[in-house]
Design a protein around this ligand. Structure first.
Ligand code: CP
Length: 315
């Protein structure tokens, strides 16, 4: 694997899930692969899980790791071309990314959307500048439109815990107090469309994701209808794609509760975390037997390790 920025970079979905589950059983079997190899994790935005799980995955593979919180610890980056840098920016991404490429064998980058300019976000302007200038294999630690390491961990979790060959998986919108990116639901939809699951999305009117990601998936505005007989429920808030980054008014209460679980097939409940308790997802579910959120976060290690292993093998 030369890069990991979306499900399109995975040649065999079943194989990478199987590989992740083998690594989970025997984490240190490939320590030789990462010997004398350097992974750089560059964060333009905060992270707990992605930062720690990817570091752990790299260390399991024998790699060395450098972490740079470039938003706080680096020089102020200029991202625009053809500008006189006489303002607050100190270093152009052309030099910064190229220099990182000199120090590293693989780079991971996290770059959230601004949620102001849809074209800028959906053409991945910032992330693609790292791709263009770093000159080394790149793994997405969440870009403006996708979070593939999260989606792979989600698929691993479903495959690991499913009790029927083709489970029903529901992605449900959840409430929040501020506009959040569409990266996690976009990515989850994109991966579920390729997985062996019955996939349904439910959301209030106005929160339709880009059809580039939902790709013909059944979408309903009736949450109860979607939840009926669900085996897995993926809870996530996202802001509107149109009008971009806005929060259209919502009728009714979309927060998942134990009462709503009664219409499901005793569904397991997933969330990428971080989650706001009793706003986005009820505490009774998070603290109850149906919650997979911590297990799912644990699987972030094996997702990252399977990806890094394939990238190391291709160096
Ligand atoms: N789910 C996830 O990516 O978590 P972090 O933002 O903490 O990395």
């Amino acid at each position: 694997m030369k890069q990991f920025t979306s499900v399109k970079d995975v040649t065999d979905l079943k194989a990478i899930v199987a590989e992740a589950l083998v690594l989970k059983k025997d984490p240190f079997a490939y320590q030789h692969l990462g010997k004398n190899k350097m992974l750089g994790l560059v964060f333009l935005n905060p992270s707990l899980r992605t930062r720690m799980s990817t570091q752990k995955a790299a260390l399991n593979l024998g790699m060395n790791v450098m972490v740079l919180n470039i938003d706080k610890e680096g020089w102020a980056l200029e991202l625009r071309d053809n500008v006189v840098m006489n303002g607050t920016t100190v270093e152009h991404i052309r030099e910064a990314a190229a220099v990182m490429g000199e120090y590293l064998d693989i780079i991971g980058v996290r770059s959230f959307p601004g949620l102001k300019d849809r074209n800028e976000d959906y053409t991945e302007v910032i992330f693609n500048k790292f791709v263009e200038y770093c000159g080394i294999p790149i793994v997405s630690l969440e870009s403006a439109t996708r979070h593939p390491l999260q989606s792979l961990a989600d698929l691993i979790t479903i495959e690991e815990l499913k009790t029927k060959a083709r489970p029903k998986v529901v992605l449900t919108w959840a409430p929040h107090i501020k506009p959040l990116p569409q990266a996690v639901p976009n990515s989850f939809a994109e991966w579920m469309c390729k997985a062996d699951v019955d996939f349904v999305i439910t959301q209030p009117k106005g929160y339709e994701l880009s059809t580039d990601f939902t790709n013909g998936t059944t979408i309903t505005y009736n949450q109860d209808e979607a939840l009926a007989d669900a085996d897995f429920i993926y809870v996530k808030n996202w802001s509107a794609y149109e009008p971009y980054g806005q929060m259209p008014e919502v009728n009714g209460n979309w927060m998942l509760t134990n009462d709503r679980l009664k219409i499901t097939n005793n569904a397991k409940v997933m969330h990428c975390l971080p989650v706001r308790r009793d706003l986005e997802l009820s505490a009774e579910i998070l603290d109850g037997p149906n919650s997979l959120v911590v297990h799912e976060a644990g699987n972030r290690v094996w997702a990252a390790q399977a990806v890094l292993k394939q990238m190391l093998e291709a160096l």
